[in-house]
Design a protein around this ligand. Sequence first.
Ligand SMILES: Cc1cc2nc3c(=O)[nH]c(=O)nc-3n(C[C@H](O)[C@H](O)[C@H](O)COP(=O)(O)OP(=O)(O)OC[C@H]3O[C@@H](n4cnc5c(N)ncnc54)[C@H](O)[C@@H]3O)c2cc1C
Length: 466
Amino acid sequence: MTSTTLPRVCVIGAGPSGITAAKRLLDHDIPFDCYEASDDVGGTWYFKNPNGMSACYQSLHIDTSKKRLELEDYPVPDEWPDFPHHSQLFQYFRDYADHFGLRDRILFETTVTSAVRDADGCWEVTTNDGKTRHYDALLVCNGHHWDPRVPDYPGEFDGTLLHSHAYNDPFDPIDMRGKNVVVVGMGNSGLDIASELSQRYVAARLHVSTRRGIWVLPKYIKGRTTDSVSVPRWFPPALALKVKQFIIWDAGGRMRNYGLPEPDHRPLEAHPSASEEFLHRAGCGDIAFKPAIAALEGPRVRFTDGSTEEVDVIICATGYHISFPFFSDPDLLPGNNNRFPLFKYMMKPEYDNLFFLGLAQSLPTLVNFAEQQSKLVAAYLTGRYRLPSIEQMHAAIRSVESAMARQFYDSPRHTIEVEFDPYVRDIRRELARGAKRAAAVGYSLPISPRAHQRDEVKPSTAATRK
Ligand SMILES: Cc1cc2nc3c(=O)[nH]c(=O)nc-3n(C[C@H](O)[C@H](O)[C@H](O)COP(=O)(O)OP(=O)(O)OC[C@H]3O[C@@H](n4cnc5c(N)ncnc54)[C@H](O)[C@@H]3O)c2cc1C
């Protein structure tokens, strides 16, 4: 089949998810335009990204080891350390885009401001340059670590309150030397920032405020990267979880041994955070712990146990909202609690030409998650995969949701939690099932290409070269 007979696709975003999806479309000769708000690829991994959306800080190293984040057909450099710096990842994504000739297909500094599905089911996509084009399918790859979730504390605060998204280093955006700092939250950013600021030459006093204790995992177990330690594939999920929990207990011991609050759940019943450095800094007594913030009282912060502290800076490492500012259809907007159930973490059953890629908290890696998802997208758009019925998709979503509810405690952090390896195996099985359904309808296209007839502007190859 040629590109003129295949559906025309719009890809929103050229972060890791967008570029791997774009490459897959290119491989299958599927016509597409990829819109990127920034002046380069890389998304989150572009430090001080001019799009203002990157939460990257100066000292950030990825928590996923290099072999787990590697893209399938583009090996990471041999000389990389196990946990590369953000600048190395940024270069890797730039090299990937160059190697596969993707830059010519990306419209840089072009933000999608609106995406509306018209009566025919075509996507009418408008960009910040005022242009509108039509597409047969839409791939949303806009990331979910850019719209900060900031707690609404009662009271007034005399100091500076910022979200970890705005944090660059101990001196930027404000000089933290000699300050009393509270870091709220114990996700990976919270642990990194607290470890960095707790050095005696930076903050005068460093508290971590948390509603509940969490398990802080080591990045290495017995000299091997933790994310390369696995259990046999044939283990049933419940047994696999028990074995992994035991490995974590065995490697790290109890959290209170390091001075941390004791978790009220078992390992892996929350999205894990990993940092030997944090455990060490806490063990050295340079990090102290407080429960949740109850109120702001001018120069002081009151905590839920009734204690107060004089505080200069509060850094909220409290996560992100899932946001799609270009959608106005309420059906396509997640609720306040970040709940956004999708078939295979990708599709709303009622929308046969809309895919969300990279919209997951995938363990241990999100970097190459959309690369896997795009296999199903490409097979679908070329007629080699057919979806199950809408009812079957809803049933599959319900089953995943109840499995997640059994493993993880209820929190906006856990609405899109998924394990990478079982997910990839599931996609493989789903592709095989969908291939049979496609064969039964003679491999006809589920989405007929009609968008090109709607536009005077023909499928684009014009782009802003970097
Ligand atoms: C501090 C931090 C640490 C992390 N650590 C890890 C880790 O250890 N391992 C891991 O796997 N992942 C980690 N992540 C997750 C990280 O988000 C993913 O690795 C990866 O960047 C996801 O890629 P993405 O393309 O889906 O999203 P992003 O990287 O966010 O890229 C989205 C792209 O879409 C563009 N865009 C958004 N909206 C529009 C629009 N309307 N129009 C045009 N373009 C648009 C943006 O400009 C951006 O380039 C971390 C994230 C953070 C914030």
